[in-house]
Design a protein around this ligand. Structure first.
Ligand SMILES: C[S@@+](CC[C@H](N)C(=O)[O-])C[C@H]1O[C@@H](n2cnc3c(N)ncnc32)[C@H](O)[C@@H]1O
Length: 490
């Protein structure tokens, strides 16, 4: 079946239905992907026209189909140890502090809200198990909830392919996962699984998990990016109510409570910003290196109004004005040098290779277009290392380092001699705070570039020769490696 085209009224009907069912917001930019999902459901249900499908999914008896459509439209993107700054903050400050504070009750309640296929919840369980091995008598529960039955089924199975481990260190892999005999997937160890529970829960329409004030830590990352402001505001109110005094809320790196909620306090832990419920009576946090920020980071788009001076009752400034600011010890920060991104040269002649169109788009700065086309070429010809490489360059230029990482890893897997790909991979890892891995990639870049052809390097790096770039890679490797060891010792 070809992809259906949604009329304005069909699009409006389905967008309204998904908004009321799950808080999901679909603007015109997602019309195409919605059409794909509807086509897929129409193919499976053998319904031939959109109108009949909409009648079925919107009817009183259509709840099963609505669930199937939600499984189709929700974005399951996730992996273990996602967002390294937050993982470091959890490991170094949050989990040890929560354990210290709960020493009397020996009880921890953690919620991965919007857990997708479970990697986030298992990561949390691993971080807890690092401190509380299975032999302890603590009552620990990591509750993993999602609206997607498909995601929950995968989470309960607890078996994952390579893609889930892009940010997993080999030591963690060996410690917490058991390889399947086929060598293509890994299972989460029982000691980790035993503290994770999966539950179907709609964050917008179902009552929240946990009793009031019961949760120690909530992660709701990369979920509210699909909600509108009002839906997010309501959800944050509920999270606030479920957290105990001193409990933490982690959102995704693109999510903020600015103009959403001023009940939470923003604290910086190392290089992560996280939110915290701190009531009037809250004890001072026991971690030394918490800086309580008075102003939420401003990630407004240009169209959003500037903050007014108006303050509400729950304003963090008022609630904390008697407290002296906490001292912030200087953490060694990884300073990523302004690295050259290999210049991609547009071809001088007409060819039929779609990658040439990608190169033209890149050379003209149309990165989004380049990324979309390169992704398409990589999907159609998955063994073409250059398609993945150009996709990685486009994503890097768009500032999407975590996505670029996945694609560039694939490039060097397909072509281990691709010096530029190793170099770009090093840069992405470096900016994501993965110093040790970055150093490794820079070294691989140095050794492959040193043996590569000079003119290729000259073309792509505007006059540099291979030896010069290889030497730069060695310097960068040293710098990334020493930042990582400083950080490890701090
Ligand atoms: C991109 S994933 C995020 C996974 C994980 N939190 C992470 O950051 O890696 C977003 C998840 O939110 C879930 N979701 C979206 N709307 C939801 C709702 N109303 N209730 C519960 N889960 C929802 C989706 O099913 C999807 O699994």
């Amino acid at each position: 079946m070809n992809k259906v085209a949604l009329t304005d009224s069909e699009f409006a009907t389905i967008a309204k239905l998904l908004h009321s069912a799950a808080g999901l917001s679909f603007d015109d930019s997602r019309r195409d992907s919605l059409a794909f999902s509807i086509t897929e459901r129409m193919r499976i249900t053998r319904i031939n026209d959109v109108e009949s499908y909409l009648t079925k999914v919107g009817s009183l008896t259509g709840s099963e189909e609505l669930q199937a459509l939600l499984d189709e439209v929700t974005i399951p993107e996730t992996h273990f140890f996602r967002n390294p700054p937050q993982i470091r903050a959890l490991r170094k400050y949050v989990i040890p502090e929560l354990i210290r504070q709960s020493e009397k009750t020996k009880r921890l309640r953690i919620w991965s809200a919007g857990c997708s296929t479970g990697e986030e919840a298992y990561t949390l369980a691993i971080l807890v198990r690092e401190f509380l091995p299975v032999s302890t008598d603590w009552d620990v529960k990591v509750l993993a909830t999602d609206i997607s039955t498909r995601g929950l089924a995968a989470g309960r199975e607890g078996r994952y392919g390579e893609r889930a481990f892009v940010m997993t260190e080999p030591a963690d892999m060996n410690r917490w996962f058991v390889p399947d005999p086929d060598g293509a997937s890994w299972r989460v160890r029982d000691e980790v699984r035993s503290i994770v529970e999966f539950e179907h829960r709609n964050l917008v329409t179902d009552p929240p998990a946990f009793e009031a004030g019961e949760a120690d830590l909530i992660l709701c990352r990369n979920v509210t990016i699909y909600f509108d402001r009002e839906t997010t505001r309501e959800l944050m109110k509920r999270f606030y109510g479920r957290l105990r005094d001193g409990g933490y809320l982690f959102l995704g790196h693109a999510e903020t409570l600015w103009q959403i909620s001023d009940e939470f306090s923003l604290v910086s832990l190392g290089d992560a910003f996280v939110y915290r419920r701190l009531d009037e009576s809250a004890v001072e946090p026991v971690t030394e290196s918490i800086e309580r920020r008075r102003i939420l980071p401003d990630r407004r788009t240009k169209s959003e109004p500037a903050a007014t001076g108006e303050r509400r009752k729950g304003d963090p400034d008022r609630r904390h004005k008697k407290r002296a600011p906490l001292e912030v010890p200087k953490l060694p920060r990884l300073v990523t040098p302004a690295l050259p991104i290999p210049r991609v040269i547009a071809p001088q002649f007409e060819t039929r290779d779609p990658l040439d169109t990608v190169r033209v788009a890149l050379s003209e700065g149309r990165y989004k277009e380049a990324a979309d086309l390169a992704a398409e070429v990589a999907g159609a010809t998955p063994l073409r290392a250059d398609a993945h490489y150009l996709w990685g360059v486009a994503l890097t230029n768009l500032g999407q380092d975590a996505d670029a990482l996945v694609v560039l890893r694939k490039t060097v897997y397909l072509d281990p001699e691709h010096g530029f790909a190793h170099f770009m991979l090093g840069g992405a890892l470096d900016r994501l705070g993965e110093g040790v891995a970055a150093a490794r990639s820079y070294r691989a870049a140095a050794s492959t570039l040193a043996g590569s052809q000079v003119d290729r390097t000259t073309d792509e790096l505007g006059g540099r020769d291979a030896a010069e770039l290889a030497a730069l890679c060695l310097t960068l490797a040293d710098r990334a490696g020493s930042s990582a060891s400083l950080e490890g010792s701090s």
